[in-house]
Design a protein around this ligand. Sequence first.
Ligand SMILES: Cc1cc2nc3c(=O)[nH]c(=O)nc-3n(C[C@H](O)[C@H](O)[C@H](O)COP(=O)(O)OP(=O)(O)OC[C@H]3O[C@@H](n4cnc5c(N)ncnc54)[C@H](O)[C@@H]3O)c2cc1C
Length: 243
Amino acid sequence: MTNPAPVEPGIPATIEAVNDIGPDIRILRVRTNDAPPSWLAGQYMELTFAGMPPRSYSIASAPHSNVLEFHIRDSKTGGVSSHIVTTLKPGDALTLRGPFGYAAMIPGDTMPLLLVAGGMGLSQMKGIVEESLHSNHPGPIILCWGVKTDQDLYLKDHFDALEQQHAQFQFMPVVEAFLGQNAGQAIRANFADLSGMRIYVAGSPAMIAATLPHLQANGARADMIHGDDKALSPAIPPAPKGP
Ligand SMILES: Cc1cc2nc3c(=O)[nH]c(=O)nc-3n(C[C@H](O)[C@H](O)[C@H](O)COP(=O)(O)OP(=O)(O)OC[C@H]3O[C@@H](n4cnc5c(N)ncnc54)[C@H](O)[C@@H]3O)c2cc1C
C-alpha cells in the first residue's frame, strides 16, 4: 500500500481589510502571520475559514506588491462565498494553502499578451496585467473582460486609468447586455490574427468552452492558450511529482 501524499500545513493569516464592492463582491486584503509566500502572477490559493471547506481564489494582486488580495463574488448558494460576503470582517483568521496553478505569467516573457476574463476571472488577469506593466513588458497587453451587465464592471475605473498611463495596455470591456456579444465573439471580430499571441483565459468552465472556438478560428495556437481549466495548456511547466 502506498502512503498518501502529505498535506502541506496551512499558512496562518488574518483578514486585514474588506472592501465592499456593491452587494455581491468583496475585495479581501490578507496578511500572513509570517512572511508572505512568493507567487507568480496568475496563480491562486486555497482559503479556509473556521468551520468551512476550502475554496480556491485567484490572487488578484501582483507579486511585486507583496500584498495578498482576493476578489470574491457571492454565488448565493449559502456556501463559502456567501459566508465571506455576508459575515467576514477585518481581524478574522483564515488559513492559506498554495500558491497553485500553472496558468501563471512567465517571468521575462515578452510575447504579446491577450488576457480573456469572464466575470470574476478578472481577478487572475489583474495580477498578470499589473506585474507585466511593472516589469516593463513591451506589449501589446490586451485585457478583454466579458460581463453580463455594466453593473458587473466593478474595476472599470482601475483599468481605464492603467490604459491612460501605459501605451502598451489596451482595456476592452465587453458588456453582453449592450453589445449582444460575449468576450470570445468580440475578440474574433476585432483581432483577425492571434497566431503570435500568448493567451490566458479565466472564467467559468462554460465561459471557457464558449471562448475557445473563437480564439482558434482566428489562428490562436493551442499550446499558447493557457488557463487552469483542464482544456487549456499550462504556461509554466508543472512541478515534477515526488518519488
Ligand atoms: C482556480 C480557481 C480560481 C477561482 N478564483 C475565484 C475568484 O477569484 N473569485 C471568485 O469569486 N471565485 C473564484 N473561484 C470559485 C470559488 O473557488 C468557489 O467555487 C466559489 O466561490 C463558490 O463557492 P461556494 O462555496 O460559495 O459555493 P458552493 O455552491 O458551495 O460551491 C460551489 C461548487 O464548487 C465545488 N467546490 C468549489 N471549490 C471546491 C473545493 N475547493 N473543494 C471541493 N469542492 C469545491 C462545490 O462542491 C460546489 O459544487 C475559483 C475557482 C477555481 C477553481
